[in-house]
Structure formats: C-alpha cells, structure tokens
Design a protein around this ligand. Structure first.
Ligand code: HEC
Ligand code: HEC
Length: 288
C-alpha cells in the first residue's frame, strides 16, 4: 500500500463503521422462548399491561389479527399487522431473537426497520425476561390466517429513514426525570414507562418527533392537559383517586375519559391491585 492511498483506506473504514452503526442489526442472542404454563401466564399479563391488544386486537376482533388504523403524523395510515403465529400472514416461526429485536430495537427479523407507530421506543425499556414471557404468550395463541393490507402511506416515507431517526432519538430524547428508589414507585415507573406507553400520548415531542422525556407527562398534541403529579394534585387527584381512575376511567370530577384513553383503562383495570397501587404511587409521587 502506498502512502497516498492510506487516507482513502481510513475514510473507507470510517464510512463502513458508520454504515454498520446506522444499519447493523444489534446482536441480542437467540434465547429460547419458554413454553411452560407459568411463563405463558406471565406473558398474558404483560400483553395486557403493554396494551398490545389496543392495536393488535381492536374491538370486534376475536384474535390478535390487527387491522387497527393509525394516522401517520407525516400523512397516510398505518395498518396494524396480524401477530398471531400464522406462518403466512402472522408471525409463525418467530424466535426469541426476533421478539427481542422487534420490541427492544424496532427491527424486523430480516433487519428491516419498523415504524414507531409500533411503540418500540417504549417497549425497549422492558426486561429481556418480560419480552420472552410475552413471546411465550403470543406464540401460544391460536394462529389465524388473515392478511392485513400494506400501510397506506406516501412512497417517500421510507422505512430506511428510521435508521437515522432512531439514532437521533437515542441522542435527543434524554432520560426521564429521576424518581426515588422506593420499590413501589420503581414498579409503577416500569409499568408506565416500559409497558403502558403513557408517554406516547402524554409527553411532548420535538419538531423531529422525538419524545422529550425530561418533560414527561407535560402534555402533547394528543392531549394538552398535563398529568404530572403536581398538576393532577392541584385538580383534586390523590393516590386513591388514581387507583379508582385506573380501574374505572372515572376522574375525581366524576367525568369519565373516552376515546383512546378508554382503551387504556380497559387494560389498567385488569392489572392486579398491587400494580394499580404502584401506578398511583408513581403517577402521584409526592402527593399521598
Ligand atoms: C399503538 C399501536 C400498537 C401497540 C400498542 C402495539 N403495536 Fe405491535 N405494531 C403496531 C404497528 C403499527 C406495527 C407495524 C409496524 C411496521 O410495519 O413498521 C406493529 C408491529 C408489531 C410486530 C411485528 C409484526 C411483523 O409482522 O413484523 C410485532 C411482533 C408486534 N407489533 C407486537 C406487539 C406487542 C407484543 C405489543 C405489546 C407489547 C404491541 N405490538 C403493541 C402497532 C402497535
Ligand atoms: C393512545 C393515547 C393515550 C395513551 C397511551 C394514554 N393516554 Fe391518558 N389520555 C389520552 C387522552 C386522549 C385523554 C383525554 C381523554 C378524555 O378526556 O376523554 C387522556 C386522559 C388521561 C387522564 C385524565 C386527564 C384529565 O383530563 O384529567 C389521565 C390521568 C391519564 N390519561 C393517564 C394515563 C396513563 C397513566 C397512561 C398510561 C397507562 C395513559 N394515560 C395512556 C390518551 C392516552
């Protein structure tokens, strides 16, 4: 190699490294999906806590065949896919690796990029153990043959763009506010931040659609009202009232929430009381 070509080689190596960084598939191993009844039962609980059914099993469907429509913020509509383990139209044959890549990295089994209409940027905070239990439950479902149509979005919206957006989001979304290490508050935070995806609707996003985690629950385009502990407390909310709300959808002012929030209550109402108390301890922290 002569001295002149050395800089070119260095540039090429740096470019390859960058490409790998942007497009490389994260290595997540390939742990077995458990098949025992206890894991499947834990998975069913997580499936509910994660609100997966709100999109994958919309009202009127008897299985997780999808079909729910989500408006793209850039125009067009996403159509939620079938996640029953059907080989042709669902996710039959998925492995532990495939679930970890999808839920924690937003990547498809072939290395492609999912759209964040699938809230993987929330689910990425799940423990691997919870993802695998969830997988155990999903793979235990009855396979249903139902092909959902392709997303109806303009051609310029390309999945590949999510490669760069994920990196931007990693840098720009920052951490959520610090909370105490009280185990109940920590459990509530895990439920809300890793599973219940409350922030997807309640936390503001920047112009680049990146969540501003430091402004957790301060309100968004979807609902402006802040569900921060102090703001809720100033409107007569307390921990008991929050538990009751998560069970019934009734607010301290006796109004019931509707629309997409009613779907959320549908799953919070099915959690164990212990987890509803944990949610309340986290959401109303600093206010008894
Ligand atoms: C807000 C709606 C929404 C929720 C909630 C949601 N998903 Fe999805 N999910 C989607 C959309 C939309 C896609 C398709 C993304 C794409 O095509 O890029 C998807 C894709 C998937 C895929 C990939 C399917 C395939 O064929 O490649 C899996 C697996 C999946 N979701 C599982 C889950 C699980 C498990 C949960 C709960 C922890 C969940 N989803 C919650 C909307 C949602
Ligand atoms: C898919 C979007 C979405 C998700 C996810 C979501 N919310 Fe909501 N939330 C809403 C909307 C919209 C409203 C307003 C509903 C209404 O007033 O009928 C609302 C209202 C509320 C309110 C009542 C605010 C008031 O008006 O006093 C609380 C409290 C709340 N949500 C908590 C949560 C918690 C906790 C989670 C996570 C478990 C969550 N939300 C997840 C969309 C969402």
């Amino acid at each position: 190699m002569n001295k002149k070509s050395l800089p070119l080689v260095i540039v090429a190596v740096i470019l390859l490294g960058l490409l790998y960084w942007v497009f490389g598939v994260p290595s997540v191993g390939n742990p077995d999906i458990p098949t025992d009844a206890a894991s499947i039962a834990r998975g069913a609980y997580i499936y509910n806590a994660g609100g997966c059914g709100a999109c994958h099993q919309p009202e009127g469907t008897e299985a997780a065949v999808g079909g729910y429509e989500i408006e793209s913020p850039m125009g067009g509509t996403f159509i939620v896919p079938n996640i029953t383990p059907d080989d042709e139209t669902g996710i039959g044959g998925w492995t532990g690796r495939d679930f970890l890549l999808a839920l924690k990295h937003g990547r498809s089994p072939g290395g492609g990029f999912y759209w964040p209409a699938f809230p993987y940027r929330t689910y990425m905070d799940m423990t691997d153990e919870d993802v695998l239990d969830l997988a155990a439950y999903v793979m235990s479902m009855e396979p249903v043959r139902m092909q959902q149509p392709d997303h109806d979005i303009p051609a310029w919206q390309m999945r590949i763009g999510m490669a760069g957006w994920n990196i931007l989001a990693d840098f720009l979304e920052g951490p959520y506010p610090e909370i105490s290490d009280d185990p109940q508050v920590q459990r509530g935070a895990y439920l809300a931040r890793a599973l219940g995806h409350c922030s997807e609707c309640h936390t503001p996003r920047s112009g680049l659609m990146v969540m501003q985690k430091n402004l957790e629950f301060e309100g968004s385009e979807i609902i402006k009202y802040a569900i921060t502990p102090d703001n809720l407390a100033s409107d007569e909310w307390n921990q008991d009232g929050m538990v009751y709300f998560l069970q019934s959808g009734e607010k301290p002012n006796f109004d019931y929430v509707g629309g997409e929030m009613a779907d959320v209550i549908d799953h919070t109402s099915k959690l164990d009381l212990e987890d509803q108390l944990a949610y309340a301890a986290f959401l109303m922290r600093g206010h008894e």
